[in-house]
Ligand binder design. Structure first.
Ligand code: TXA
Ligand code: MG
Length: 322
């Protein structure tokens, strides 16, 4: 199993040897490696079993470093970083030529963000290269929000996990592309659409119908538990399925027909941020239950609820045919 600790010097030593370190962020844990080192990058794809067509996000300590990575940095992108960095916002910008193709999957753009976690920021400040860090989970599975999540799945394949506690947002960063004339959201995430639009005005939304996704995170099935997940009206489903064989993910409501230990109510008080924080842990717990199906409610369609619904929709896309 991986060593677990808070030793930034040790993390740095490993990274300098092309090894990987799991890093805490405010969104989810990342699987970090030197973004300018092809051996480290190849390891990231191998450990996650991630296809090389899915590019990586670069993590940097401050927005001053964007100029080392991107060819230009439009004014409205700068405005967003001033408001939200460090934070759950990833920008897609035209790349500089020295960024390895393994980072960008050969695209002429690069993804970059400044994460908001004190340990990881200290680590980044001590390095003279950016960290490439996808979420620290096997490709396609639920992202990790605790050290245990990382260790359970990747612990045998990485030497060290920096222990930064539970992730305080719990859902991945919002990705905004600045490669078209106008900004476009490629992935809904930890900074709500409303907050983004309060800075840059109306932005274009992910185009679900696109067969050539601009961001592979837009693939139809992703963020998925191994069990079949049905997303939508739970009441309707309960009429058709054996109630003892389902697990439930809900916002506030308890369903009296189903045993209580098979239900995960994310925020009885109706706090959508609390729900986001608990979402991935609850999905992992549901995945371990002895049930045939996970039924997930549609969450309120505002704030982080939009990102929660996006993840649940993708989690439901894999196997279940309705
Ligand atoms: O919150 C987060 O963003 C976390 C933490 C660790 O920072 N990271 C994360 O990384 O979620 P990952 O690799 O699991 O998801 C990154 C997404 C992928 O869907 C990838 O396709 C997209 O970002 N992406 C990366 N570079 C891109 C690019 N140049 N153009 C379009 N999409 C890009
Ligand atoms: Mg991921």
């Amino acid at each position: 199993m991986a060593r677990i600790g808070q030793d930034i010097e040790h993390a740095k030593e490993l990274l300098l040897q092309s090894k990987l370190v799991a890093i805490p962020t405010e969104t989810v844990y990342g699987l970090g490696g030197n973004a300018l080192d092809e051996i480290a990058l190849a390891r990231i794809f191998a450990v996650k079993n991630r296809p090389r067509f899915d590019p990586l996000i670069l993590h940097i300590a401050s927005y001053h470093e964007v100029k080392n990575i991107a060819k230009n940095f439009p004014d409205n992108a700068i405005a967003l970083t001033k408001r939200f960095w460090p934070g759950a916002l990833t920008l897609i910008l035209p790349r500089k030529d020295h960024i390895p193709d393994l980072v960008t999957s050969g695209l002429n753009t690069v993804a970059v963000r400044v994460p908001d976690h004190p340990l990881t920021l200290d680590l980044l400040k001590s390095l003279d290269f950016p960290l490439a860090a996808p979420s620290a989970n096997p490709f396609g599975y639920i992202s990790p929000t605790t050290v245990k999540h990382v260790n359970d799945q990747l612990g045998n394949n990485i030497p060290y996990i920096l222990d930064g506690g539970k992730c305080k947002i719990g859902i991945e960063s919002t990705i905004i592309s600045f490669t078209d004339d106008e900004p476009r959201v490629l992935r809904l995430g930890g900074i709500s659409l409303e907050k983004i639009q309060s800075i840059v005005g109306i932005v274009k939304l992910p185009d679900d119908l696109s067969s050539q996704p601009k961001s592979p995170g837009m693939m139809k099935s992703h963020y998925a538990p191994s069990k079949d997940l049905i997303f939508g009206n739970i009441g309707n489903q309960l009429n058709q399925l054996a109630k003892s064989r389902v697990g439930i993910l809900s916002f506030q409501k308890v369903y009296s027909e189903v045993p209580e230990n098979q239900q995960f109510v994310l925020s009885p008080a109706g706090d959508i941020e609390e729900a986001a924080r608990k979402l991935f842990s609850a999905l992992r717990s549901l995945d371990k239950l002895d049930v045939d199906f996970i039924l997930a409610e549609k969450f309120p369609d505002h704030g982080l609820g939009k990102a929660i619904n996006d993840r649940l929709k993708k989690a439901s896309a894999r196997k279940v045919k309705k």
